[in-house]
Design a protein around this ligand. Structure first.
Ligand code: AMP
Ligand code: MG
Length: 489
């Protein structure tokens, strides 16, 4: 850790009702799995080559670290639709804040740090498997440009942790502009702590939405922003085929960042009803349910904000969600297919595309990437992805005709090359397929962290051709499709 870094801890200055101070509990024989040098450099933190045993211990809560003031945040939340008042940081601790070279303040949170007053029946630990998944996925989303928390580093250990089998305990350092969740507001509302509810809203506005202060009704303006940012985040998820898996209100960030990675999954074949969470028997959090669930979660938040904001204003804000979501989603989809101007017949073209993908269970990521290579490779690789070749060709015919009516900023017809070059910047060649994460995990469980590091590097640049990494762009093997991930993490 460098002396240049500026540390703070605004959350620790809040009253005790917001948290409990807790020290991390050590893990045995820490081993550095992966450290995010790019992110570390943004804060002037140590980089991999400086991560001595003492430095690793200091970062992961085992040694002396005067900059840290670890605390477990108290929150509550709706889990699978049912209110649970007992939640809070049960295995993670907010250590401090640090300011990056851009002057932005980030929380540093240590996940897997041991028992807290909110651990309930849990052991306070995180296993290597789930920590690798969170590290890789948060960095993969960041690489795609999707709002998300970040991962700074990950350690493995020799401390046994008991799940369905014995696994090794791990810890993840997570960075985020805030760790405040919808559930923080729900906690104060349902325990009737109105002064604390107001203080929380005031602080969130001060720290994260300072521009609303000058509005006639800052609280309502703040909630409008939350609705808008959440709609944008979900639009990104849908456009990139990401299923979160556990959209409980305690896993919803108040600033609309993807938060708490559990049994997530990226779509392989386009199956709108895809359920990635093994324990989600009803498909509440299926891929195509995410926009609806986000609105449900926002309504739960609105209820908790009702002492501060007039009901009609809350309803008006919620009423905007669908429009905002559609706006963001259609913008992202237009970029993905390279049709930026709005023209008659576009809806049919898009709907028929989704029908084609669904009926033929086409690989979601590959389809759009292949569409972005039309200039270089022609139609064949697109048609090859679709069982019903005739329908694929017919759709492509219409699509390419439509492409001819796109114009660039100088008013000239857009060339294939121009359109495809822009499309390649938004349609990834590489995504964190479940089977790739699984392979990296299995190697790491044998003590080989190479593939975790390799994927972490690869996914920083998901849109670039990386010729020596072609294997990672392959379609998944049959066994790797539709892996359902257990919630026990
Ligand atoms: P999650 O589903 O991972 O977002 O966790 C839901 C709640 O359970 C949160 O309050 C977590 O802190 C808590 N939790 C999850 N796993 C554990 C664990 N192993 N030990 C203690 N608390 C946990
Ligand atoms: Mg959680």
């Amino acid at each position: 850790m460098s002396s240049k870094v500026q540390f703070s801890h605004r959350f620790a200055e809040l009253p005790q009702a917001f948290y409990t101070p807790v020290d991390p509990q050590p893990l045995d024989n820490l081993k550095l799995v992966v450290w995010n040098d790019d992110l570390a450099e943004q804060f002037a933190f140590s980089t991999t080559s400086q991560m001595t045993e003492d430095n690793i211990a200091a970062w992961f809560g085992m040694g002396e670290n005067e900059n840290f003031q670890p605390l477990a945040m108290k929150y509550a939340g709706h889990q699978f639709g049912a209110y649970n008042p007992e939640l809070g940081d049960g295995r993670g601790l907010l250590l401090c804040e640090a300011t990056n070279t851009e002057g932005e303040v980030f929380d540093i949170h240590l996940k897997g740090a041991g028992l807290t007053p909110y651990s309930r029946m849990g052991d306070g630990r995180a296993v290597l498997r789930s920590s690798i998944r969170e590290y890789l996925c948060s960095e993969a989303l960041a690489g795609l440009g999707i709002p998300t928390t970040r991962a700074l580093g990950l350690v493995d250990s020799e401390t046994p942790v008991y799940r369905e089998q014995v696994e090794s305990g791990a810890m993840l350092l997570r960075l985020a502009r805030t760790h405040i969740r919808f559930g923080h507001f729900e906690h104060f509302f349902y325990t009737n702590q109105m002064a604390e509810l107001k203080l929380l809203a005031d602080k969130v506005i001060e720290w994260h939405f300072p521009h609303v202060v000058s509005e006639t009704n800052p609280y309502a303006a703040f909630f409008n922003c939350v609705v808008d940012q959440t709609a944008e985040m979900i639009a990104y998820w849908q456009a990139y085929g990401f299923a979160h898996g556990v959209m409980n209100t305690d896993n919803m960030s108040i600033i609309g960042q993807t938060f708490d990675f559990g049994p997530f999954g990226f779509l392989d074949d386009y199956e709108p009803g895809y359920i990635c969470n093994h324990s989600d028997y009803q498909g509440r959090y299926a891929y195509d349910q995410q926009p609806r669930v986000a609105l449900w979660n926002l309504s739960a938040l609105a209820h908790s904000l009702s002492p501060l904001i007039d009901k009609s204003l809350l309803e008006a804000a919620l009423g905007q969600f669908e429009t905002q979501y559609s706006h963001y989603f259609s913008q992202l989809m237009r970029e993905k297919v390279g049709l930026l101007s709005k023209q008659d017949g576009d809806s049919e073209l898009f709907n028929d595309m989704f029908d084609l993908l669904k009926a033929n269970r086409v690989d979601f990521t590959r389809f759009f990437r292949q569409l972005s290579e039309l200039d270089k490779l022609g139609r064949e690789p697109v048609v090859d992805l679709v069982l019903d070749r005739e329908s694929a060709s017919a759709w492509l015919e219409r699509y390419q005709l439509r492409c001819q009516t796109e114009f660039n900023d100088s008013g000239e017809a857009k060339s294939d090359l121009e359109r495809c070059a822009a499309m390649r910047k938004v349609n990834p060649k590489y995504i964190l397929r479940n089977y790739l994460a699984q392979q990296a995990i299995e190697k790491a469980q044998q003590g080989d962290y190479g593939m975790v590091r390799e994927l972490a590097e690869l996914l920083k640049h998901p849109f670039d051709d990386q010729p020596d990494k072609e294997a990672y762009a392959k379609l998944p093997p049959e066994w790797g499709k539709k892996m359902e991930i257990s919630c026990s993490s």
